[in-house]
Write a new protein. Structure first.
Length: 143
């Protein structure tokens, strides 16, 4: 049986950014059920502050947040010189009409998951992106 990192292998460290405490709780429980660690951030600024000092395998980023939107967060993250600037990021939103998934990719996201979040859809996206991020063995990070 081949070793598949991500869901079937090592636990992932996931940054989940959402201004809704209930959404944070639900996703934390979903990720926890799969053995992953969810680190929660309640705002875009908090997320960027964490990404500047901590390493994550993947980021789940709500689009509609007060203060700083998910689009502003991804824009600042991708333009930064930080080590996490290329971390895989999944856009999360209940608004499936204002942008098509391809538009999220063009903005710098790696994938898009609509709310309400379905466990199967979220975990399939996480698995897809982490399998790409960690093909086979872990790549050592220079720095």
């Amino acid at each position: 049986m081949s070793h598949n990192p991500g869901l079937d292998g090592r636990p992932l460290k996931v940054l989940h950014v959402d201004d809704d405490p209930m959404n944070l709780r639900v996703v934390q429980e979903i990720l926890g059920a799969f053995g992953h660690q969810a680190v929660m951030a309640c705002s875009g600024r908090e997320a960027l502050d964490r990404l500047a000092v901590e390493s994550f395998d993947i980021v789940l980023l709500d689009i509609h947040m007060p203060g700083m939107t998910g689009v502003e967060v991804i824009s600042e993250l991708r333009a930064s010189a930080g080590p996490q600037r290329s971390v895989p990021v999944i856009a999360l939103t209940a608004d499936v009409y204002s942008r098509r998934p391809a538009e999220y990719i063009a903005l710098g996201f790696n994938d898009f998951v609509s709310k309400p979040i379905l466990v199967s859809g979220l975990m399939a996206s996480v698995k897809r992106l982490t399998a790409v991020a960690f093909p086979g063995a872990l790549i050592s990070r220079a720095g």
